[in-house]
Design a binder for this molecule. Structure first.
Ligand code: HEM
Length: 526
């Protein structure tokens, strides 16, 4: 008790009132749509906001670029993941890289790195195009069978199946077959898992999550593994079926490697890199299996939902959609004129509007919308903008106590008006083209100074894959199809599960969906 009251306090940092001692501001933070509370608080209080968790505990909501650079990079291994949140990660992807911290994390990252370079990502471009083309073929069949040559299609469900198949082949040289067989066990298990487990958390589940931090690790793990709840059961089942496939794959990859027949997929590179590590740094079998679950989880729903948000914005703003289609078709003509077929990465790099749209989608709709960290020691956060404490004192550095829990709002950082302009809350790809954006003093993110892929020591390993896959899907499907809003699509919510998914207001129990009207795009004026 003495230590608690004598330690450094952040109570003087301004922040919103909380009406509940039991839950603090957590219902506001997790109950609404993604970003709702954080956008408001960032506007009122700036880049560092003191909010309340359960039992009056102070937490910091951070979007200040310099503070984030410090947390992610400079002091990266002194800000660990929060113990209760790490249980959620363990449930989804096991004790893999997303779960590991400190030296353990270094070990995981080193073994995984060879699979995630630029050449590896570029080599996958034809594969991404081929899965996007498979969606196109299916859509043409469905649309062709309708009287008015148009159909309402759930873009999220199609994208989810295609990205699962793409990551299966890219990462493991394995065919999930989700596009062909909609009852595919792994595909079905992953379907809506985030919405079922993490969507619309009740006050009781928020309180349970808060209480987990006070429970010793072994008991915490037991509870998470055994508490009977439908959402948890769904995720446990998903983990079980994915691990089963993963086990078969690790065995076959290891056998192929022994016979000198290794392939170039991510998992083979990982198994190979692991084989050359010494006994201390090697990943064990459980860690290898967890890595596969991590890659499936991190590499499929994230990209599928980013694609869904992109298409929704294009349906909302038909003039952006037409301009992008024109750029795509113009590049198609250039490719045909040089006598080749298919886009290369340099073709894609010379499409400025596509690049602007993709950056704007990732800025506006970051599907992984917040990160949770906790300081290992007393520390001092540097700040880009001074803050005025409630006492009136103005500070440019903020001392934080050991154990301080920090919530990083990726969604709010990406709407920072100093970085992205006064219209940061508007979807406008033009900002990436008109030279109006200021170069940041404290760059944080890996891509376009966005925090979408986090930053520093734990930057998303698959960001190059994600950007290329998104570009390939947009090129392939925008070229052939036109998207327009349906009445349901006018009521889309940014649902705050672990991955931000679209749901329809009033129909959240149906899970993630994006019903858009899809027609075959005319080529008359090409
Ligand atoms: C739009 C798509 C994606 C987004 C927005 C995204 C976002 C993120 C974020 C925010 C993190 C940091 C998580 C944390 O520290 O808790 C992360 C980590 C990670 N992501 Fe992604 N990701 C995407 C796609 C992918 C893909 C396609 C792959 C793999 C093929 C991938 C693999 C990983 C891995 C392995 C990590 C762990 C990195 C580490 O802890 O060192 N991600 N991602």
């Amino acid at each position: 008790t003495y230590r608690h009251f004598a330690r450094i306090s952040v109570a003087d940092v301004p922040g919103p009132e909380s009406s509940s001692w039991l839950l603090g501001n957590m219902p506001q933070l997790f109950g609404g749509q993604v970003g709702e509370a954080e956008f408001k608080w960032q506007e009122i209080y700036g880049g560092v906001v003191r909010i309340k968790a359960s039992f009056g505990e102070d937490r910091l909501l951070v979007t200040d670029p310099k503070a984030l650079q410090y947390i992610y990079h400079t002091s990266g291994y002194r800000f660990h993941k929060q113990p209760e949140r790490i249980e959620l990660t363990r449930m989804i992807s096991g004790r893999g890289i997303l779960w590991a911290d400190g030296n353990d994390h270094k070990r995981h990252r080193k073994v995984m790195l060879p699979g995630f370079g630029t050449p590896e990502a570029k080599a996958l471009l034809p594969l991404f195009f081929s899965y996007a083309a498979q969606i196109g073929t299916k859509w043409k069949d469905i649309i062709g069978a309708t009287a008015d040559q148009s159909a309402v299609l759930d873009v999220t469900a199609w994208a989810s199946r295609a990205t699962l198949d793409a990551i299966g082949e890219a990462a493991f040289d394995y065919r999930f077959g989700a596009m062909e067989n909609q009852d595919n066990v792994v595909g079905t298990a992953w379907g809506n898992v985030f919405m079922d487990t993490f969507g619309s958390p009740s006050d009781a589940s928020l309180l349970a999550l808060s209480l987990l931090q006070y429970v010793p690790r072994g008991i915490r793990e037991f509870l998470v593994d055994h508490v009977p709840s439908a959402g948890l059961q769904h995720i446990r089942y998903t983990a079980q079926v994915t691990t089963k496939v993963a086990r078969e794959l690790v065995a076959s990859k290891s056998a192929a490697l022994l016979q000198g027949k290794g392939t170039r997929d991510i998992m083979s590179l990982l198994v190979k890199a692991n084989a050359s590590e010494n006994e201390k740094t090697k990943l064990n079998e459980d860690e290898l299996l967890s890595q596969m679950r991590t890659i499936i989880m991190a590499g499929h729903e994230t990209t599928a939902n980013s694609f869904s948000w992109a298409v929704l914005e294009l349906a909302r703003q038909p003039q952006i959609q037409s301009r992008l289609r024109s750029e795509i078709r113009s590049m198609e003509r250039t490719i045909q004129a040089r006598g080749s077929y298919g886009f290369t990465t340099s073709d894609i790099q010379s499409m400025p509007y596509l690049s602007a749209v993709v950056k704007e989608v990732l800025r506006f709709h970051p599907v992984s919308f917040n990160n949770f960290r906790q300081s290992l020691t007393d520390d001092v956060l540097p700040l880009s903008q001074p803050i005025t404490l409630q006492s009136g004192e103005v500070i440019t550095e903020l001392p934080v106590p050991k154990g301080m829990k920090v919530i990083i709002s990726i969604a709010a950082y990406n709407r920072n008006k100093d970085l992205f302009g006064h219209d940061a809350h508007i979807f406008n790809p033009e900002r990436w083209l008109d030279g109006s954006m200021r170069k940041p003093d404290a760059p944080v993110g890996a891509y376009a100074n966005l925090l979408t892929f986090a930053g520093g020591l734990r930057t998303c390993m698959g960001w190059r894959f994600a950007v290329l896959e998104l570009q390939a899907f947009l090129i392939e499907l925008l070229s052939d199809f036109e998207f327009s809003l349906t009445p349901e699509a006018m009521r889309i919510r940014r649902e705050a599960c672990i991955v931000m998914v679209p749901t329809v207001e009033g129909r959240r129990d149906e899970g993630a969906q994006l019903p858009l009207r899809v027609t075959v795009a005319s080529r008359e004026y090409d």
